[in-house]
Ligand binder design. Structure first.
Ligand code: SAH
Length: 224
């Protein structure tokens, strides 16, 4: 059922190409410079990750509902987080909050080895199906991402796509030396994008960047 819809949507890939170009121009104007990130957004069919009813809005620079009370992040936000990750081909990246699967697709497109955790079972299944259909092969897990995914650690980059009350300690521990954790931290209204780099076995550098608004990170080391 879903597969049939994806096939139809694939046919519309080219139709949306000029809208994607406009979106990329907008994101560039908002300050995203990494050409590899802009290229991934240009080449990734965001409309496939939203309901057919919202397809026409898929290339607006805004978050959209994806069910289970969650949203696909605003494209600018995806671009900003991806740029901060400094992804190189072959990097092992962990994402917390698979949601629609769009951020995972962008990371796969950039050649990363992607791991992603989602706490809503319905979203996990749907994202898995869409990503497979598009030919991406991230490793997905249904569970609480505030604890990371220790089985595959350490990671070169970890990106949290939901707003955390504090930086989850487990995520810091699952970073490679030289690796970065990108996590929005704050209350449920507004969060400050935070970048933590593991500079040695037990040393970290922390930077506070721009403010954003994400859906809450819910779990053992997140909100209740
Ligand atoms: N990266 C997603 C953004 C989805 S919104 C995309 O590109 O579409 C954030 C997602 O984080 C939601 O799907 C929400 O269910 C999920 N989430 C919240 N807390 C979580 C947790 N503790 N573990 C895993 N996923 C979580």
């Amino acid at each position: 059922m879903i597969s049939g819809q994806i096939v139809n949507k694939k046919a519309t890939h080219r139709k949306f190409s000029s809208r994607r170009k406009k979106l990329v121009d907008q994101i560039r104007k908002k300050g995203i410079k990494d050409q590899r990130v802009l290229k991934a957004i240009q080449e990734t069919p965001r409309h496939i990750f939203v309901d057919t009813a919202l397809e026409n809005r898929a290339y607006e620079d805004s978050a959209l509902p994806i069910g289970s009370g969650q949203t696909i992040s605003q494209p600018y936000t995806v671009a900003a987080q991806t740029e901060l990750l400094e992804v190189e081909k072959g990097d092992k990246i962990l994402e917390i909050g698979t949601g629609s699967g769009y951020q995972s697709a962008i990371l796969c497109h950039m050649g990363a080895d992607v791991y992603s955790v989602e706490r809503h079972e319905a979203l996990y299944h749907k994202a898995r199906e869409i990503l497979q259909e598009l030919g991406y092969r991230p490793r997905l897990k249904y569970g609480d991402g505030t604890l990371g995914w220790s089985a595959y650690s350490p990671y070169d980059g970890i990106v949290v796509t939901a707003g955390a009350p504090v930086v989850p300690e487990e995520l810091i521990q699952q970073l490679n030396i030289g690796g970065v954790l990108i996590v929005p931290v704050g209350d449920q209204e507004v969060q400050t994008m935070t970048r933590i780099r593991r500079v040695s076995e037990d040393e970290y550098e922390e930077e506070q960047l721009k403010q954003f608004k994400f859906v809450p990170l819910i779990g053992e080391k997140g909100w209740e």
